[in-house]
Ligand binder design. Structure first.
Ligand code: ARG
Ligand code: GLU
Length: 719
């Protein structure tokens, strides 16, 4: 009896608290200390030093932050970079015209000379990472207010940055980890001449579009290629015709031997943000309050935009990128709610909290420090619930009614004049004009007006009166159509040529015009109401919670000594590892770990916006003309593994046991998007495009075999 009880407890504790098999986004410089043996036990054949080293070229020297929003990797000694199609999309779109429609038809350079420069696009390498926690937290005491603490740390961090040894072409920045319990310094080197080399047609690079987004089984060739250029001495340089292809310290070898289920795999990249150590009430709020509210608002917005896109070809092109971006998070949140619910994410947290409290209560020194911590968190989240809901409503709604963005731009110009005179105005004018020039290309007043009508209705009707702008309420009481007439009747804000007349005229006239604007008055009232009725209290409660969550983070590390903790993602370089593996999404269903070209053809709908297949690809399929990239007569397309990834990992390399490139990360599976909050190894999978499909498309479909010749293909499995 006694024994079985202990055994039960042991199993229970093991399941609940030991780091789950493949969870974690690890700091590359700590792999040797924390993860190497586990990685080797899963099949890794290289050392932690091969992945991250400051003494020799290592895998990290082939990884770049691509434009700050995605990951890319260097795949040739001539600076060729691989990333996702959706990461390169902006560049591809910018160079597309009706005659040269690279979005629809793809683009492939034939020589270096055809590669297209991209203003503003950059690739950043990480030179080294140092622990600066002690220096960052020097002089910080427990009884400081959050504001005092931040000020003290900011001062320390500035000093750290100043004292950092780095070359003239390098920069450095610091980041807080484990909710600000630790700090790391990053020395970086950024290349600003990054040129477009190639992209497949959208019918391959974004095959399945929104319907397949976040979904497995997947058949998307989500990749594009760029090249880093450097000065003649191989240093970072702004674009110049004299620049030459960059010679990297390290480029990835590419395995064309493919993958098998249970193979070791790791993903190296820049995951954006996760919150894995929240208190249960916070997770419950995300699941039942915040996600549902944001989903409902986006559902309305998407319906309105879609209605226009279906009827009007022009609007369809104008709103395509915007629609995809609103839709991406909208769909992800639905998967998140589903996953949290199905795996009882909240119940799991609660079980963990019970054990936490038990251990704390049993230890006098822990009890003194953390005895009432969970109550503090409970109270904090109870107080913040209605405030974060109001914040989500405000942010989601106001950002989608774009006339407010336009009017805010003009107002900033008027303010610049009133504050800093003609000189301030002239400076601001350049930026505002460039912004509006770009913005208005993807703006349609009819669509915006319907968004105003639909979303303002939710703003007024679904919220308590105290957080609703009085002016919106009055407008609404007199009928929303009349209100919209009043706002959209001021058609200066919805017409670029009229905006330009105003901007190019006398600043005094602009100031006078803004003073009479209904739209500006409304925008200001919305903002003021938000600031007084929501933001003030929100900041106060948020500060309490930030302190409590930071303490809870440290407390979890102090209490669960048997667990190895990884810091939440914060857009810094991380390694995640796992195994190639299928999964069981629900009762009676099992998903295979890979897909192939047969599946593309199964989904093929001639002429369809999402599932059309280019004729050349159909021909290659019919002739089984796969070159050296097929396996047993099949052309692999995508595969999944247990790597713990998130947004920002798009374009990250998937590497095999030897560090060879085997795939390109681009998504996660529907049931597992809650891995940002509660990773579950049974259903959380990252989705990658098989590198053999990438090479097949480059070589056989696009005929750009000169690029394949640049790469180093290897056969790790054929000894
Ligand atoms: N879900 C992926 C990500 O979060 C892919 C998004 C791009 N594709 C799309 N259909 N919107 O970025
Ligand atoms: N598509 C995502 C990105 O752009 C990656 C998918 C995810 O969130 O895991 O980073």
């Amino acid at each position: 009896m006694k024994h079985s009880k202990i055994l039960f407890l042991l199993i229970f504790i093991t399941n609940a608290f030991v780091a789950k098999a493949d969870e974690g986004m690890w700091l590359p410089q700590l792999l040797g200390k924390l993860n190497e043996s586990r990685m080797k036990s899963l099949g890794m054949k290289i050392s932690a030093e091969d992945i991250y080293s400051i003494n020799k070229g290592s895998l990290k020297d082939a990884i770049v932050s691509f434009g700050g929003f995605c990951t890319g990797e260097v795949i040739s000694t001539k600076g060729l970079v691989l990333t996702n199609h959706h990461c390169g999309f902006d560049a591809i779109q910018n160079h597309s015209t009706l005659q040269n429609n690279y979005i629809r038809d793809g683009f492939w350079s034939k020589t270096n000379a055809d590669e297209i420069p991209n203003k503003g696009l950059f690739a950043t390498f990480i030179v080294r990472i140092d622990d600066v926690s002690k220096e960052a937290l020097a002089g910080v005491t427990a009884n400081m207010s959050e504001a005092e603490r931040m000020a003290a740390i900011d001062k320390n961090l500035q000093q750290i940055n100043k004292n950092t040894k780095k070359e003239a072409t390098q920069k450095s920045f610091t980041r807080g980890f484990f909710e600000g319990n630790q700090y790391y310094l990053f020395v970086t080197e950024t290349y600003n001449d990054v040129r477009l080399v190639g992209a497949p047609p959208s019918a391959i690079g974004n095959f399945g579009k929104d319907t397949d987004n976040w979904v497995w089984p997947r058949h998307t060739g989500d990749f594009s290629m760029f090249r880093i250029y450097a000065s003649k001495d191989n240093k970072p340089a702004d674009y110049s015709v004299d620049n030459v292809p960059f010679t990297p310290k390290k480029s990835l070898n590419i395995s064309i031997d493919g993958i098998a289920e249970n193979d070791f795999t790791m993903v190296f990249g820049f995951p954006g943000r996760t919150t894995e150590y929240l208190y249960s009430a916070a997770v419950e709020q995300i699941r039942t309050v915040n996600d549902p509210a944001k989903i409902a608002i986006r559902d309305k917005a998407l319906n309105i935009i879609d209605g226009f896109m279906r009827k009007d070809e022009g609007i369809k092109i104008q709103y395509a990128a915007k629609y995809a971006s609103i839709q991406n998070a909208y769909k992800k949140w639905q998967g998140e709610v589903l996953g949290l619910t199905r795996t009882d994410g909240v119940g799991r947290k609660k079980t963990q909290e019970i054990e936490f409290q038990k251990r704390v209560d049993a230890n006098p020194s822990l009890k003194e420090k953390y005895g009432t911590l969970l109550q503090t968190l409970e109270a904090g989240y109870a107080d913040i619930k209605s405030l974060v809901l109001a914040r989500d409503y405000y942010q989601e709604i106001v950002s989608k009614i774009e006339i407010f963005t336009i009017v805010a731009q003009l107002n900033s110009l008027a303010n610049a004049f009133e504050k800093n005179g003609q000189k301030g105005f002239d400076e601001a004018k350049l930026k505002v004009k460039a912004m509006l020039e770009d913005f208005m290309k993807e703006f349609n007043p009819k669509v915006d007006r319907k968004l105003f009508e639909g979303l303002m209705e939710m703003y007024v009707k679904n919220q308590p009166a105290n957080v609703v702008s009085p002016m919106v309420k009055t407008l609404y009481d007199n009928g929303i159509a009349a209100a919209a007439d009043k706002i959209y009747g001021e058609n200066t804000f919805t017409d670029l040529s009229k905006l330009n007349v105003l901007i190019d005229g006398k600043p005094e006239d602009l100031v006078a015009f803004m003073k009479t604007s209904n739209t500006l008055a409304l925008q200001k009232d919305l903002l003021a109401t938000y600031q007084t009725a929501v933001q003030k209290d929100l900041t106060a409660v948020q500060n309490r919670i930030t302190l409590a969550q930071r303490t809870y983070m440290q407390a979890q590390m102090d209490v669960f000594k048997e667990k190895t903790f990884f810091p939440d993602a914060n857009s810094t370089l991380r390694v995640t590892f796992g195994k190639v593996q299928g999964y069981k999404p629900r009762d009676g269903v099992y998903f295979d770990f890979k897909t192939d070209l047969d599946g593309v053809m199964e989904k093929y709908k001639p002429g369809d916006y999402e599932f059309d297949v280019p004729e050349k690809l159909r021909t290659l399929y019919k002739n089984k003309d796969y070159g050296q990239y097929s396996v047993a007569g099949k052309m692999p397309v995508c595969f999944i593994a247990t790597n713990h990834t998130t947004g920002g990992n798009s374009g990250s390399p998937a590497l095999d046991a030897y560090g060879n490139l085997i795939g390109l990360n681009f998504d996660r599976v529907w049931e597992g998007t809650m891995s940002d909050i509660n990773y579950d190894p049974t259903i959380c999978r990252n989705i990658m495009v098989d590198i053999r499909y990438v090479l097949f498309i480059v070589d056989k479909f696009a005929g750009a075999d000169w690029l394949v010749k640049e790469m180093k293909l290897v056969h790790p499995k054929k000894k």
